[in-house]
Structures are given as structure tokens and as C-alpha cells.
Write a protein that binds this ligand. Structure first.
Ligand code: APR
Ligand code: PHB
Length: 393
């Protein structure tokens, strides 16, 4: 039987960063991850780090590669009716965002754990959480060799994403779930070709939303709105490029769609979800385990980072000073930011996608919102400050 102070389920950005922050404060933690190290390091996810996320990663000493390889951006474009309207983030807010793949953040955090000898167990299975309402919760699981294990803890952190086991361990009558499904999904591709433009372009087109993003000067990331039940096998590379070409057509002379070999493609459903509260007894949820946003606002990873920043402080207070105020307010503190991001992500999604259930009235409202955002400094500033990231609470 093993013992640690904080048992962390999941080695995504939330679990790894929480473990890093706790160890840095002298608190012991063990991370248990269902997948292999190779899998979590290669999994292609979102790629925009907002200003407060970058500052935190730098401040705690894991920003070296991010500073060297991340791409700082001072604005992005909204494209509709074939025309670009730039949202000048830095001019409007004084902040920048950084394009740096989520799996790069994950790699940096795993490498930091390895260097310092902080434990992460990969390829565990049958993870189950017990005695959450006591001061001695524990986790049972099988390790990589199939051996049954028990880990006794003071606190458990559920950082195991939307499909994990932590959230379902909370009795249904003790929590309220908020859910919104969208009648579309994103088809994402990673292509070996230089970006077609130096900034991100969020495009509203009658055939559906499209997004031009990137990972490096050699690798482009592109997305297409598709029906929610779409099969990836129906999308040949040729079909993807011709659909992108149609939706991204523009009068902007600085843009021409560059094609290249497709390295990865996949379909991601769009959903908004929140559980309240984000804790139960000695279990604290963080990141996608507690909330999901549609990717249009680029908030998923940033919310995970914000949660564990609050949680790590609360756990230091609890475990080192026996003070309970911050763990008691953890959920309320996080939910304020979570709901702001939920609203922003819903707003960006609604403004930019083609909703198959919309009528003409809805379509006119949508176009008016796009025009207003593109032409009013006040509206653009509101968008920019949400996008760049509101200060940590
Ligand atoms: N046991 C152990 N690990 C698990 C289990 C389980 N039963 N179920 C899931 N996991 C692992 C997953 O394999 C994954 O590595 O938990 C991890 C959760 O990581 P993420 O899904 O990346 O979630 P999070 O760390 O909250 O980061 C949020 O990830 O989904 C994106 O867009 C989202 O950018 C956001 C970010
Ligand atoms: C990405 O580059 O993967 C990306 C960028 C912006 C988004 C979502 C995803 O809003």
C-alpha cells in the first residue's frame, strides 16, 4: 500500500501542471495516466496559449521552449463576405497570445517531472476513487504490469478530462450539470506546409465555418465545420483542400491557401458543459473533467491552467497550514472564470458557424453581430480582452 498527499488522475495539462505546482511547494503528488507517454505527447490538440497562461508557465520555469518556439501573435482576423477584419489584440489590450501546441506544453511538463524524479505512472487501468467524503480518500488501479495497487491520499484531483472516472464518482444528487450540444463538429487537419497567412483567420462562410491556424513556420493547422455525425472516412485529402479553398476565398491579397501533405486529421464534437460544484468532499475536479467549451474561443487548455493555479494554492493552504478557506471557495472561485469562458466560447461559436436550424431572422442577426464586432472599437476590445485572457483571480 502506497501513500501520497495528492493523488492526481490524468496527465493532460491540468494534471501535469497541478503536480508540478504542488511539488514546487514541497507537496507530494502522484499522477496516474491511462494512456502511454508517447500517446499523450503526440495527441494533437488546440494550440493557443493566452497571455496569463504564458506568464504562469514562464514564471514557474517551464517557459524556455515556449519562448524559443512559440509564435507570439498580436491579432487575428475575422473573415466574412470574403473580406478580412483584423482584431488588433495587442493594440486593444496591451497583450499578446502565443501559438504553441498543447502537446508541447504536455511534453515540457513531463520532461520537467522526469528531470526532478516526480512520479507519473502511465498505462494504468481500472482506476477507481474511494472514500471521497473522508479525510483519507484512496485510489485503486492496475499498474502498467497489471498488478493491483492502492494509493492512499489526503486529497484527490480529478484531472482526467471529459470522459474520465472522477466526475462520475460524484453522486448525481450532489451536483448539477449544465450541457449544450451543437449541431456541428470540427474537422481538424495538420498539414506540412507554411501557414498561408501570418495570423489566425476565423472565417464565416455560407458553407460553414473555417479556421486557419498554425503550429510552426512549416506546419499549418486548419479546421472545417462539418455536421455533428460526420465520418472522417468521407473526407479525402482532396475534398478537404477544395472545401477549405472555397470557404477561405478572399479579396485579401496577402492570403493564398498553401496545400501540403496532411499529417493528421480528425473530427471533434462541439459541446458546452459545466458541473457545479467542481468538488465533492476531498475530490477536486479541474480542467475538462469539470467543464468543456467549444474550441472556437481557444479557451480549453487555458481554463485548465487557471483551475489548477487556484487549486494548487488552496491545497498548499490545506496541507501545509491546515487552513480550509481556499479549498472551500475553490469551486466558486473557478466557476466565475469558467462561466465567462463558457459565454465567450458560445458567443464566438454562434457568431461564426452556420447553424442548420437557423432561420432568416437568425442569419441577419448573426451578420449584424459580425459587422458590429468588425467595425466598433468597443465590440472588438471586448472580444480581444476575452480572447487574450482576463487576469487570474
Ligand atoms: N484514468 C487515468 N487517466 C485518465 C482516465 C482514467 N480513467 N480517463 C482519462 N484519463 C486521462 C486521459 O488519457 C488524458 O491524458 O486524463 C487526461 C486528461 O487530459 P485532457 O483531456 O488533456 O484534459 P485536461 O488536462 O483537463 O486539459 C484540458 O485538453 O481536451 C483538451 O481542449 C481541452 O485544451 C483542453 C485541455
Ligand atoms: C488551433 O490552432 O488548434 C486552434 C486555434 C484557435 C482555436 C482553436 C484551435 O480557436
Amino acid at each position: 500500500m502506497a501513500r501520497t498527499q495528492v493523488g492526481i488522475i490524468g496527465a493532460g495539462p491540468a494534471g501535469l501542471l497541478l503536480s508540478y505546482l504542488l511539488h514546487s511547494e514541497g507537496i507530494e503528488a502522484v499522477v496516474l495516466e491511462a494512456r502511454s507517454r508517447e500517446y499523450v505527447e503526440k495527441r494533437v490538440r488546440a494550440g493557443v496559449c493566452e497571455h496569463p497562461t504564458v506568464e504562469l508557465l514562464r514564471e514557474i520555469g517551464v517557459g524556455t521552449r515556449l519562448d524559443a518556439e512559440g509564435l507570439p501573435h498580436q491579432g487575428f482576423s475575422l473573415r466574412f463576405d470574403g473580406q478580412d477584419h483584423r482584431i488588433a489584440i495587442t493594440e486593444l489590450t496591451g497583450k499578446t497570445i502565443t501559438v504553441y501546441g498543447q502537446q508541447e506544453v504536455v511534453k515540457d511538463l513531463i520532461a520537467a517531472h522526469e528531470e526532478r524524479g516526480w512520479p507519473i505512472e502511465f498505462e494504468v487501468s481500472e482506476v477507481a476513487l474511494h472514500d471521497l467524503e473522508t479525510k483519507n480518500p484512496h485510489i485503486t488501479y492496475r499498474d502498467v504490469d497489471g498488478v493491483e495497487r492502492r494509493l492512499d491520499c489526503d486529497v484527490l484531483a480529478g484531472c482526467d478530462g471529459f470522459h474520465g472516472v472522477s466526475r462520475p464518482s460524484i453522486p448525481a444528487e450532489r451536483a448539477k450539470m449544465f450541457n449544450r450540444d451543437y449541431p456541428f463538429a470540427w474537422l481538424g487537419v495538420l498539414a506540412r506546409t507554411p501557414p498561408s497567412h501570418e495570423e489566425l483567420i476565423y472565417t464565416h462562410h455560407p458553407r460553414g465555418f473555417a479556421l486557419h491556424s498554425m503550429r510552426s513556420p512549416e506546419v499549418t493547422r486548419l479546421y472545417l465545420q462539418v455536421p455533428h455525425d460526420e465520418k472522417i472516412d468521407d473526407w479525402s485529402d482532396d475534398r478537404i483542400w477544395s472545401e477549405l479553398a472555397e470557404r477561405l476565398e478572399t479579396s485579401n491579397k496577402d492570403f493564398s491557401l498553401r496545400e501540403g501533405p496532411i499529417l493528421d486529421k480528425g473530427i471533434t464534437p462541439m459541446r458546452s458543459f459545466v458541473i457545479e460544484p467542481m468538488s465533492h468532499g476531498r475530490l477536486f475536479l479541474a480542467g475538462d473533467a469539470a467543464h468543456i467549451v467549444p474550441p472556437t474561443g481557444a479557451k480549453g487548455m487555458n481554463l485548465a491552467v487557471a483551475d489548477v493555479r487556484v487549486l494548487s494554492r488552496a491545497l498548499v493552504e490545506l496541507l501545509q497550514h491546515k487552513r480550509t478557506e481556499l479549498v472551500e471557495s475553490y469551486s466558486d472561485t473557478c466557476l466565475k472564470r469558467v462561466w465567462r469562458a463558457e459565454h465567450f466560447s458560445w458567443y464566438m461559436t454562434s457568431m461564426l458557424h452556420v447553424d442548420p436550424t437557423a432561420d432568416d431572422f437568425d442569419r441577419r442577426l448573426q451578420l449584424s453581430q459580425l459587422r458590429y464586432t468588425a467595425s466598433s472599437r468597443a465590440a472588438a476590445t471586448s472580444l480581444a480582452e476575452n480572447y487574450a485572457g482576463l487576469p487570474f483571480v
